[in-house]
Every structure is written in structure tokens, then in C-alpha cells.
Design a binder for this molecule. Structure first.
Ligand SMILES: CC(C)(COP(=O)(O)OP(=O)(O)OC[C@H]1O[C@@H](n2cnc3c(N)ncnc32)[C@H](O)[C@@H]1OP(=O)(O)O)[C@@H](O)C(=O)NCCC(=O)NCCS
Length: 187
């Protein structure tokens, strides 16, 4: 729709490139998504096969960028994860989701990617009031990322509707940051 501000399709950070998904990324996605430790808290098919990677990437490529921007995270030129926003322009809210290949965990990459996405979202969308994210209450790494971003724990959802076993009846946590609480990386 014309007149709706959109987020940049390519964002460069100190160590990462965030860019639109391409169908050619399916091999890279399969390489990390078939790892059961990677998908421990994610509602993805198990076992994760080539067709799942191809379907997922095709879905991300086809998404409407104005409401569902979804970036591949490139580490050293390879698609090594993804980060996305679900924008609700009417409610002035965005929900962020992310996942990174296990071989890259623990180096601050997702915090770096998420900071850049939050920065771009607040800069590009003047009406956006808040960005939230959710995680399984046992997903310590994801919760730590949200804390490092300066997000506030807003609540715990019991029997979180994750949509997939084996975590369908577990608790989920919701964190969020408001525009006024965000300190831009630049400017
Ligand atoms: C969650 C995830 C994206 C984090 O990515 P990452 O690049 O490793 O994150 P960062 O390095 O920026 O930060 C991770 C933090 O969690 C901490 N952490 C990781 N595992 C932990 C654990 N089991 N217990 C306590 N802290 C843990 C790290 O030490 C780090 O904190 P620190 O910087 O204070 O030391 C990654 O683990 C992932 O992709 N997991 C699988 C998919 C997933 O669960 N996605 C989120 C769904 S809500």
C-alpha cells in the first residue's frame, strides 16, 4: 500500500549483514535448522527435512514486507539465521522473532542483529510505539537477549499457545521496549 513507511531491506552492522531472504538460502537453512538443539523451543517440523527448509524460505521470500519484514542474517556471507518483525500498524506494535545457527551462539550476534532491527524500526516507522518479543520461559538465551536489549518483562503467559509439541502447555514470557525507552545506536 502506498504511503505506508517500510523498513530497509538491507541492514549492515559491525559483523553482520541483514538482507531479504532468497530461495538460494534453503541449503544454508537446512544446515542449521536440522539441528534439534536449534529447534528445541521453535514450532518447526521434526525431523526437519529439505522440503521444510525450501517451504520456509519460500514463505519468507513471499511475505509482505510492509507488515512482515523478515531478514536473513549473514555471517561471513552465509545465511546463518533470521530475524523478523510482525507489524501491527493500527496497534502501533511490532513483534520480533529471531533464531541463529548453533555454531554462532554466544558471541552477541543476535543482540547485535536485534539492536539494528529495533533501531531501523523506530527510525523508519514514526508511529511505532512498542516492540515486543516472546519466548518459552525456559529459553534462557532468548530471555537474556531481550534483557540485553533493554526490554522489560511485561508478563508470563501460562499454557502459552506455541502451536507445537512438546512445549504447547508450557509458560511463555513477553518482553517489550517502548520508543521512549530506546537509545538509538546512532544519532
Ligand atoms: C536465542 C538465540 C537467538 C541467542 O542468540 P545469540 O547470538 O547466542 O545471543 P547473544 O550471544 O546475543 O546473547 C545470548 C546470551 O544468553 C546467554 N546464554 C546462552 N545460553 C544460556 C544458558 N543456557 N543459560 C544462561 N545464559 C545463557 C549468553 O551467555 C548471552 O548472555 P551474555 O552476553 O550476558 O553472556 C540463539 O540461542 C538461538 O537461535 N536459539 C535457537 C532459536 C531460538 O530459541 N530462538 C528464540 C525463540 S524465542
Amino acid at each position: 500500500m502506498s504511503g505506508v513507511p517500510v523498513l530497509p531491506e538491507r541492514i549492515e552492522t559491525e559483523r553482520l549483514v541483514l538482507r531479504r531472504w532468497s530461495l538460494a538460502d534453503a541449503d544454508d537453512v537446512l544446515a542449521y535448522a536440522a539441528d534439534p538443539e536449534w529447534s528445541r523451543f521453535l514450532p518447526v517440523p521434526k525431523p526437519y527435512e529439505r522440503r521444510h527448509a525450501e517451504e520456509a524460505v519460500a514463505g519468507w521470500v513471499l511475505e509482505d514486507w510492509s507488515t512482515h519484514p523478515d531478514w536473513a542474517i549473514e555471517v561471513a556471507g552465509r545465511a546463518s539465521g533470521g530475524i523478523n518483525l510482525r507489524l501491527n500498524h493500527q496497534q502501533r506494535n511490532a513483534e520480533m522473532g529471531y533464531a541463529l545457527a548453533r555454531r554462532h551462539w554466544g558471541r552477541g550476534y543476535m543482540t547485535e542483529a536485534a539492536r539494528a532491527v529495533i533501531d531501523a524500526a523506530f527510525a523508519s516507522l514514526p508511529d511505532l510505539a512498542r516492540i515486543q518479543a516472546g519466548a518459552n520461559a525456559r529459553n534462557t538465551a532468548s530471555i537474556r537477549v531481550m534483557e540485553k536489549l533493554g526490554m522489560t518483562h511485561e508478563g508470563t503467559i501460562r499454557h502459552a499457545p506455541r502451536g507445537s509439541e512438546p512445549h504447547a502447555n508450557e509458560s511463555g514470557v513477553i518482553y517489550a521496549i517502548l520508543r521512549d525507552e530506546w537509545s538509538p545506536i546512532t544519532g
